[in-house]
Design a protein around this ligand. Structure first.
Ligand code: CU
Length: 687
């Protein structure tokens, strides 16, 4: 079947087996979407009971890293609900595969049994206590249960967005604040439940409470872009356990900006007429094959995973080199992010969302069945989760995989003989896009034929906005439309890479290209060379990017030499980056300690997963990388985790309004002496 622009859903027979839907599932557009707080566009709910199919013949997962199936989730929720030890109304913050150890993955063979466990984070609203549970799906038992200390706040759940908005709108204090501003229709008000953080300025009465500091906007009509009209004098402080407004902070009435900022097609009006179709036709199908969650494409092999917290995760990334399957990464994800805002005003200084750790960016993944920006032949993967009440939920088509033309791969012309060879580059794209209130984040991983891997985060959506007084010039932002301010802010991401360069024992070198001093070694002044420095300990491996020396990092396997006798390696090549611009002792810096360095390297520990710790929400800081690396462990010739921190500095432009064109930031992993020569010499010419 020819798949053309506009008919993009993959429909080939060979992928039908990979579909995981069950027929009795019903679909609805979640209330989150209707409320406009989140654009989780398509959710599929399964009843809380084990389905008939699951009771009789539960299809076994194909490999130990496969994400939990809907039936496994339903089964696991039932185990939790049946447990006497767990309060009955506990809410499900996280329900995800407890990833098996590396040994189990390495020793896995078809037909060999392997464990299936779920890692579950629960919250009891009545007591405010959070629990961690592990459920064994093979034995149908709760295998461990841990009560977390008082005050530990797990991530804000997607359902809490809706409940918080409703609670704020019910509040008489809030309605009073609206009245002062001439806002009479509360239905047109948008309430975004921002995480409250912790700054040492909290009221004693708030201690230990599960809080949101909700920000507000108002639409002119039901489908108007509310972010054009910030009610930013109003902050509603909400107790999320009780779902009640503790107080409404009012910083004064400022007239609303005069203009609309609409982006939906019914508002945009005339569109340009001179765009002819660009059709991507893959008449013989795509070049990838899929078996469950395992993907093979152009000598690459890997497995796809998805967690509620990180979204897309890649496992067991390997490359077929001749007849050898060589490992490169054991696991890769973008595992944390933070968005510090630069405005010091009392109502603004706490803005710095950790959209991964504080909200769970996987839970906010878009369903691409209602719009996918890709061309060509798509293969989609669903994401299976629970809502906070334990109802199984599927985000249909959460992950998109497809091939893209990627321009020139290599070329040479011999001007004497007239020989010319040129090759087109193709890449395999894996992505998901999350909507976090006003903003969109696209997380993309690209595999290239020359052995490179690229990670890109694409930033788009609507900027956070505040209102300017009629005579006000913004000091900490840019006036992007009349009287509408977008504050200066940064988006900083942390990628977590479990390296496995030709095997698990790796070391990391920093490579700087430096000028050689004038003198005997450099009589003509032209000398420069690359110098390498082994990063032996965690403290030594706290590094920053350095454009002036073209700095990159080499991950080597000291036990595997290439034919020139050098250890095989991959480079981590930074892209755009900008250091954090908050003060070193600012609260956000303590809470997001990972901001202090662009590179961190730690020895692999299965329980060291997130750079600001397991529970960054309302965490005063000091967890995660800061704590672990204080031990200054050795990181030579061992199982490593590389943490790469990359920041996009957002000085807003009027052109970023009303919906900003994509800004891209990321990094590359490139083979460096891993292969004997350009591994893409065997790519055929375009016929
Ligand atoms: Cu931004």
């Amino acid at each position: 079947m020819l798949l053309k622009n506009g008919n993009r859903h993959m429909n080939e027979q060979q992928f039908h087996s990979a579909e995981t839907f069950v027929s009795r599932r019903t679909f609805f557009r979640g209330s989150l979407f209707a409320a406009g707080a989140l654009s989780v566009a398509a959710l599929s709910h399964e009843s809380g009971k084990l389905s008939q199919a699951a009771e009789t013949k539960m299809a076994p997962p194909l490999d130990p890293l496969a994400p939990l199936s809907p039936d496994e989730i339903v089964q696991g929720v039932a185990i939790i609900r049946d447990s006497e030890q767990i309060p009955k109304k506990s809410r499900f913050v996280t329900f995800t595969l407890r990833e098996p150890t590396r040994d189990i993955v390495a020793q896995h063979a078809p037909g060999k049994p392997f464990p299936r466990e779920a890692f579950v984070v629960l919250l009891d609203n009545a007591t405010g206590r959070a629990l961690e549970a592990v459920v064994d799906l093979r034995t149908n038992k709760l295998s461990s249960l841990k009560k977390l200390p008082h005050g530990v706040q797990p991530a804000i759940m997607a359902d809490e967005f809706v409940e918080c908005e409703a609670a704020v709108k019910r509040s008489s204090a809030f309605q009073e604040a609206l009245k002062k501003r001439g806002v009479t229709d509360v239905e047109l008000v948008m309430v975004d439940p921002w995480s409250a953080g912790i700054y040492g300025t909290e009221l004693p009465a708030d201690a230990g409470k599960r809080l949101s500091r909700a920000l507000c906007w108002v639409r002119r009509e039901a489908k108007d872009n509310g972010y054009a009209r910030p009610l930013d004098g109003i902050i509603a402080v909400v107790d999320l356990n009780k779902m009640e407004v503790l107080r409404v902070e009012d910083y004064g009435v400022v007239p609303l900006p005069p203009e609309s900022g609409n982006w939906a097609r019914e508002y945009v009006g005339d569109v340009r007429q001179d765009l002819k179709p660009l059709e991507i036709v893959q008449s013989r199908g795509p070049s990838f094959t899929v078996d469950g969650y395992q993907v093979t494409w152009q000598k690459w092999k890997f497995r796809i995973g998805f967690t509620p917290r990180e979204g897309l995760v890649l496992h067991s990334i390997r490359y077929l080199d001749g007849d050898r399957e060589r490992s490169i990464l054991h696991r890769a994800s973008v595992c944390e992010m933070v968005v510090p805002y630069g405005d010091p005003a009392e109502r603004h200084f706490r803005k710095n969302a950790f959209d991964i750790g504080e909200y769970g960016i996987g839970t906010m993944a878009n369903s691409l069945q209602f719009g996918c920006d890709c061309l060509g032949t798509m293969k989609y993967f669903d994401a299976h989760l629970t809502d906070s009440r334990g109802t199984q939920l599927t985000i249909k088509q959460a992950i998109c995989m497809h091939e893209e033309d990627a321009g020139l791969l290599w070329k040479h012309t011999d001007w004497r003989t007239g020989q010319t060879e040129a090759r087109r580059s193709r890449r395999l794209s894996l992505s998901f896009i999350a909507t976090v209130g006003n903003y969109e984040y696209g997380f993309f991983w690209y595999f290239y034929q020359d052995g490179s891997i690229e990670c890109q985060v694409k930033l788009t959506g609507i900027m956070n906005t505040t209102t300017l007084r009629p005579d006000e010039q913004p000091e900490y932002g840019v006036e992007i439309a009349p009287h509408l301010n977008a504050p200066f802010h940064q988006h900083v991401f942390a990628a977590r890479l479990e390296t496995s360069i030709d095997g698990p024992k790796n070391s990391v070198y920093e490579v700087d290209t430096v000028r050689v001093p004038r003198g005997e070694q450099n009589p003509h002044g032209n000398a420069f060379r690359a110098v390498e420095m082994l990063l032996s300990t965690e403290q030594q491996a706290k590094r920053m990017v350095n454009g002036a020396s073209g700095r990159f990092w080499r991950i080597v396997n000291p036990g595997k030499k290439n034919r020139m006798g050098r250890p095989v390696s991959y480079r981590l090549v930074p892209g755009e980056n900008c250091p954090a611009l908050v003060q070193p002792d600012a609260a956000v810096m303590k809470r997001a300690g990972f901001l202090a360095n662009n590179l961190w390297v730690t020895p692999h520990r299965a329980d060291e997963r997130y750079p600001s710790g397991e529970y960054p929400n309302q965490n005063p800081g000091g967890d995660g990388l800061t704590k672990w690396t204080a031990g200054n462990r050795e990181i030579v010739n061992t199982d490593l985790v590389m943490w790469y921190v990359f920041g996009h500095n957002h000085v807003p432009r009027p052109e970023d309004w009303p919906v900003m064109p994509v800004a891209t930031i990321g990094f590359m992993l490139k083979p460096d002496g891993f292969f004997e020569r350009n591994p893409a010499m065997d790519v055929p010419p375009v016929a």
